[in-house]
Design a protein. Structure first.
Length: 169
């Protein structure tokens, strides 16, 4: 028998610690994409891709309100980060329930107010450039990536720690 599990039922976003339940309309969690380069050394019969870290992380969400609490976060000077959190409620067969939490930090790099039209709601679309992201499901760490601190942990194994040790940190 096939069980359906980890199906998203509800989600919300928190900006700088403030929850936006009821106004979070669309959330696009950060995409993780490895940065790769082609490599072919002497004696190899073909190319292979080698991982060279990650592409930049972005996170987007839209609110169904023009929220001044969120708008003012874009004004923080470059280099300062804003804490951002995505929380999801997941359901499954046989009454299974789960919690997914993306904990992120980064800068708000774009705010799009879209077109305003009388008698229609105005949305606020926000794009963030992240320097750290962590995913936990049911309090179990799935991954933790922190660019500034060299953390690259998957399932509790930190590959970044070995690199930092080799570099003398």
């Amino acid at each position: 028998m096939i069980n359906l599990d980890y199906i998203l039922q509800a989600c919300t976003v928190f900006c700088d610690g403030y929850g936006k339940a009821g106004t979070s309309e669309k959330i696009t969690p950060p995409k993780i994409k490895k940065k790769t380069e082609k490599f072919r050394g002497g004696g190899m019969i073909g190319e292979r891709m080698i991982g060279m870290g990650y592409d930049a992380f972005e996170f987007e969400f839209s609110l169904n309100s023009v929220d001044p609490q969120v708008i003012k976060l874009a004004g923080v000077k470059s280099g300062n980060t804003v804490p951002l959190t995505i929380r999801g409620y997941l359901i499954g067969d046989q009454s299974a329930t789960h919690t997914a939490v993306f904990t992120c930090s980064g800068e708000i790099i774009e705010e799009d107010f879209g077109a305003w039209e009388a008698g229609k709601k105005a949305n606020l679309k926000v794009k963030c450039a992240l320097i750290a992201l962590k995913l936990t499901i049911d309090d179990a760490e799935i991954y933790d990536i922190d660019i500034a601190n060299g953390i690259d942990s998957w399932g509790g194994t930190d590959a970044g720690a070995a690199m930092l040790q080799a570099l003398g940190y």
